[in-house]
Design a protein around this ligand. Structure first.
Ligand code: CA
Length: 618
């Protein structure tokens, strides 16, 4: 368990100093108009994401105002509509403060980012300008650039071997690596970063790791970033010797169209009580709204784009997020810190989480890892690198749409929960739609690590690699859901603990439609076939589209529907729809028995080697 901490890094004095610079700019030149447009966020958003709000400020020139300072408890911060405020709004430790836009000309914007002037051409298409801080994000003409990296796209990852927890073996094109960052994948669901200490003779030596970070795998994928020599293709930036170097995507000078953000929050509400943020737009902050250890923080009708870490980070209790529009967070959309209590996230849109720039660690769109009391209702979570919605104890997840989650990281759930302590979760996952997940080991609903006390009902789960996985789960109810077109299986019951780990589950009243030759059930156990009969009761289900490959059962193998019923003594009242075919034109070539065995064996080995503790740090 990690001790609670205030996540924000405060550059407040620096920002105050910079405010003077920005407000002193003349507003008349075309360059300034471009700068102003960029700083309103109009052109900042990745346009591959859907528009998230009609309240984006207009394209007219706006002046940049300094953020209000010395906000008193009990006061209202009134921001002018359509204006952009520069800096971090400091509400640390404040009580009963309201922040809102006045007027009807569009949300007021807050950003710690700023324009950067004084560009000179270095060589080729690379330009540089002096910069007084180390930027967290750099954008040109509304497009996010990538910290210079090796290798270049489209390769993204290089493959390295690792003899020890602190070395990688790879013949690098330059030995200038001390101080650079290596980004690597210890697991399919995890991306880690470590600073490089030195490099010689084909061996990268890593600096000490932070906290409980995972070491590089013996053979795995990595890239490096952060050195000027890596700036060798369009869309990259690097800092060296107090200068920012940029190769704009179009190769032209960045002058007049670049903005840079320090590591700073948009609104810092750490240790606050009763803060309400209403109808505001925040962009290009590290954390849009930092609610570390806050009480009754309310975020209403607010738009948060291009956060370098999280759009909203909150701990404490009483978080309410209603009608928010969150887009393009580099790491997480809404992240509840360990121990957060009584949170509501409703009627909100979270898009493009973890999908900005090179692959980075992401926990998901709406994530409560260790928490009690969450109501996550009627949200849309679209296009996520990893998990769509994650909850923990005493939670309701209802009426949400999760579309295209698990796009980069694997072993992932559209909706995910777990119970490594084996205590009842008391979670209802109800009336959600989860569709179009990617990656092999990704499930629309993922009940991981001894999940128990979970009801999964009336959900629609379409076109996902898997419909539902239960990993050593017990006392769960899966009823009245619709499973359609799962890539590999509709339900995987995966027992990796010795002894009976999966038991007393109920799978009833569901509708299963197989269109790709996928099995309905895959019952897998480290105990062979000795425990599978106790995994669950199955009754009143409707099946269609499965033929001979209805279920694959550990210790028995593949069963057709009648074989399943006879072997398991289940599904007496269930129905197999007649005339359904599983060999339609969209069905892929059937996988061979060997491919299946290899896949299952790999999965078993992975789970067995993880143990319970390995997933706790997700
Ligand atoms: Ca590069």
């Amino acid at each position: 368990m990690i001790a609670p901490f205030a996540k924000s890094a405060r550059f407040f004095s620096l920002l105050l100093a910079l405010c003077g610079t920005v407000t002193a700019q003349a507003a008349g030149s075309s360059a300034d108009r471009l700068l102003s447009a960029a700083q309103t966020g109009v052109t900042v958003r990745d346009m591959s994401s859907p528009p998230v709000s009609s309240a984006v400020p207009g394209t007219y020139p706006v002046s940049i105002l300094p953020i209000p300072t010395r906000v008193a408890s009990g006061s209202t911060v009134r921001l002018q509509c359509g204006r952009t405020y520069f800096g971090t709004l400091n509400l640390v430790g404040k009580y009963n403060v309201s922040v809102r836009t006045e007027g009807a000309c569009g949300k007021a914007s807050i950003t710690p980012g700023q324009a950067l002037k004084g560009w000179t051409r270095e060589q080729g298409n690379i330009y540089s300008a002096p910069i007084p801080f180390s930027p967290a994000q750099v954008g040109v003409a509304g497009k996010m650039l990538e910290l210079a990296h090796f290798p270049n796209r489209p390769q993204i990852w290089a493959k390295a071997k690792s003899d020890s927890p602190s070395t990688l073996q790879y013949a690098m094109p330059s030995s200038d690596l001390a101080g650079a960052t290596v980004v690597y994948r210890p697991f399919e669901w995890m991306i880690e970063t470590r600073q490089i200490q030195s490099y010689s003779n084909g061996v990268i030596t890593l600096g000490p790791k932070k906290g409980d970070a995972y070491d590089p795998p013996k053979e795995g994928e990595f890239y490096v970033e952060g050195k000027l020599w890596m700036l060798d293709s369009p869309g990259e930036w690097a800092v060296e010797g107090g200068r920012l170097y940029v190769w704009a995507p179009d190769g032209r000078s960045p002058e007049g169209r670049v903005w840079v953000s320090p590591t700073a929050s948009g609104i810092d509400a750490t240790d606050s009580r009763g803060v309400t943020i209403d109808n505001v737009h925040i962009f290009a902050a590290s954390i849009g709204i930092d609610g570390s250890n806050s009480t009754d923080l309310q975020v209403l009708n607010t738009e948060i784009g291009n956060s370098a870490e999280d759009a909203i980070f909150a701990g404490g209790r009483g978080l309410v997020v209603d009608n928010a529009a969150i887009s393009d967070s580099v790491q997480n959309g809404i992240l509840g810190f360990y121990g957060i209590e009584n949170s509501i996230v409703t009627n909100s849109l979270v898009t493009g989480t973890g999908m900005v720039g090179m692959p980075k660690r992401s926990k998901g769109g709406i994530v409560f890892e260790q928490a009690s009391g969450q109501r996550v209702t009627n949200n849309k979570v679209l296009n996520s690198s990893y998990i769509g919605i994650r909850v923990h104890k005493n939670a309701i997840v209802s009426g949400n749409l999760v579309d295209r989650a698990c796009q980069i990281l694997s072993d992932c759930g559209g909706i995910y929960t777990f119970a490594p302590d084996k205590q009842p979760l008391n979670v209802r996952i109800e009336g959600n739609t989860v569709k179009n997940l990617a990656q092999r080991t990704c499930y629309a609903v993922y009940l991981d690590d001894n999940a128990n006390g979970v009801t999964v009902t009336r959900n629609t789960l379409i076109n996902n690699p898997g419909g539902l996985e239960m990993n050593n789960g017990f006392d769960n109810i899966v009823s009245q859901n619709v499973f359609t077109s799962s890539g590999y299986e509709h339900i995987l019951l995966n027992e990796t603990g010795h002894g009976i780990s999966i038991r007393r589950n109920q799978i009833s009243g569901n509708s299963f439609t197989s269109t790709r030759g996928e099995v309905t059930y895959r019952l897998w156990s480290v105990n062979g076939g000795s425990t599978v009969a106790q995994f669950a009761n199955y009754e009143d289900n409707t099946y269609s589209g499965s033929g001979k490959g209805f279920a694959e059962v550990s210790g028995t193998g593949m069963l057709d529907y009648n074989g399943w019923k006879q072997k398991m003594k289940q599904d007496g009242r269930s129905v197999m729809k007649a005339g359904a075919s599983r060999t339609g034109s969209e069905a892929p070539a059937p996988r061979t028995a060997l491919e299946k065995m290899v896949g299952l064996a790999a999965r078993f080995i992975r789970n067995a080697s993880w143990g319970e503790s390995s997933t706790a740090g997700r």
